[in-house]
Design a protein. Structure first.
Ligand SMILES: [Mn+2]
Length: 419
């Protein structure tokens, strides 16, 4: 069975064809196959079909190919259930035509151009069709928004548990375990990405893997975790203080990120350029750093000289939904290599209706960035270095929500998750 209603898939296929404008070519979209774990005998990494295949088929069975011929429409090919699959189990029952027939199907169309997408065979993916298709997938349909709302409910359950565990002595691992258990209890099939629980020094690194480190009073803990349902995941970050203790400056730093996030979410309207949104968030953070007497230069100067990227070393967000990175990437025709406030954002495009994006400003006092000799020299007089000394390697914050862009303004799908 497909994870989407036939009429939903029909509409997606029509939207895709309208964008492709393919009249005589053959299009093949490969779903892909599980990847072996090196040296793992018959073990494979967890498998999901390629999003380009899944979005148009709703299918998670490995080894399938969706074919399109403008003269005949769409045909789905999947491998029949093998003897071994029937014995060991775990595979979806196949639908469509047996994959063995794909060869004769293409042979019967000899002389016509074949263009591949998804996980390709025999050739590279077609860049033109891929760009157009990616752009079509950016606008979420109602079925996707409804899957997202379910993923958000599961995600909220995990974050609620985490917030209650912010006591000294608790380990990052213990918190991770309870977050993920709550996801599954609330309906998640899996996690959308590796759960991040980073406390104290680990909060200053963007993607810290939880370990045996116990929480200490007065540390910040960055919790970045999302539950996934039917391939759709939320991507939510909250930062908490341990034992409710806020050490010198922590409240101001936290409020700076929160204010930046509120302003940035409000800017997620139709037509807004993502690059400009990144700069808005960065400038807001820089204003706060100026007010706190952390930097000596104006907020505008901190943005123009890229100083702010020492404290905000990542893009302000990305598309989310069908996978945690979903259909980001540049607008058709753009290269995606422009820098904004010192950051090369991968998602260089204007927002449109039903885009679903993360908004995740942060302030990090990361050791590698802030003790770098070259950077210290470059920004020698722009930063009150002695003031930030106690925070370097110890303080990091990120706050992240998932925002649906609509004609009537931004809708925060994850606003119920307490901060
Ligand atoms: Mn994210």
């Amino acid at each position: 069975m497909a994870h989407f209603e036939p009429n939903i898939l029909e509409r997606r296929r029509q939207r895709t064809l309208d964008a492709w404008n393919v009249t005589d070519d053959i299009v093949l979209i490969g779903g892909g196959s599980p990847i072996s774990i090196p040296g793992g005998a018959d073990q494979t990494f967890p498998f999901q079909t390629h999003p380009e295949y899944y979005w148009l088929t709703g299918r998670q069975r490995e080894g399938g190919v969706l074919a399109y011929d403008a003269r005949e429409g769409w045909t789905l090919f999947e491998p029949p259930l093998s003897q071994s699959e029937q014995v060991w189990g775990g595979s979806e029952a196949p639908v469509g035509r047996p994959i063995e027939e794909l060869e004769s199907w293409t042979k019967a169309r000899e002389g016509r151009r074949i263009r591949w997408l998804g996980v390709t065979k025999y050739s590279e993916a077609d860049p033109e069709l891929r760009d157009r298709y990616l752009h079509v997938r950016r606008r979420k349909d109602e079925a996707e928004v409804s899957e997202m709302r379910r993923a958000v409910r599961a995600t909220a359950a995990g974050h609620a548990v985490a917030k209650e565990m912010m006591r000294s002595g608790m380990t990052e691992r213990e918190i991770q375990i309870e977050i993920e258990a709550a996801f599954y209890r609330a309906g998640a099939d899996t996690v959308g990405y590796g759960t991040i629980v980073g406390s104290g020094p680990n909060a200053t690194r963007l993607h810290s893997t939880p370990g045996s480190k116990p929480l200490q009073s007065g540390e910040f803990v960055v919790v970045d975790a999302g539950g996934m349902i039917n391939g759709y995941t939320a991507d939510v970050t909250r930062t908490h203080s341990v034992d409710g203790v806020w050490r010198n400056g922590m409240r101001e730093i936290y409020d700076a990120v929160l204010t930046s996030q509120e302003r940035t979410i409000a800017a997620c309207v139709l037509g807004a350029e993502w690059g400009a949104i990144h700069i808005l968030a960065a400038r807001s953070l820089a204003e706060a750093l100026k007010d706190m007497n952390v930097i000596t230069v104006s907020a505008d100067e901190a943005v123009e000289t890229e100083l702010i990227s020492l404290f905000l070393p990542h893009g302000i967000g990305h598309m989310v939904g069908l996978g945690v990175r979903d259909a980001s990437g540049p607008y058709p025709g753009r290269k995606g290599d422009n820098k904004f406030a010192g950051i090369r954002i991968r998602m260089d495009l204007p927002l449109d209706e039903n885009y679903l994006v993360t908004v995740e400003p942060g302030l990090y006092f990361n050791n590698a960035l802030l003790t770098n000799t070259e950077k210290r020299e470059k920004y020698r007089s722009a930063v009150h270095w002695e003031k930030i000394e106690p925070w370097v390697g110890n303080v990091g914050i990120r706050i992240e929500d998932n925002i649906l862009v609509t004609a009537s303004g931004p809708v925060n799908l994850t606003s119920e998750i307490p901060k």
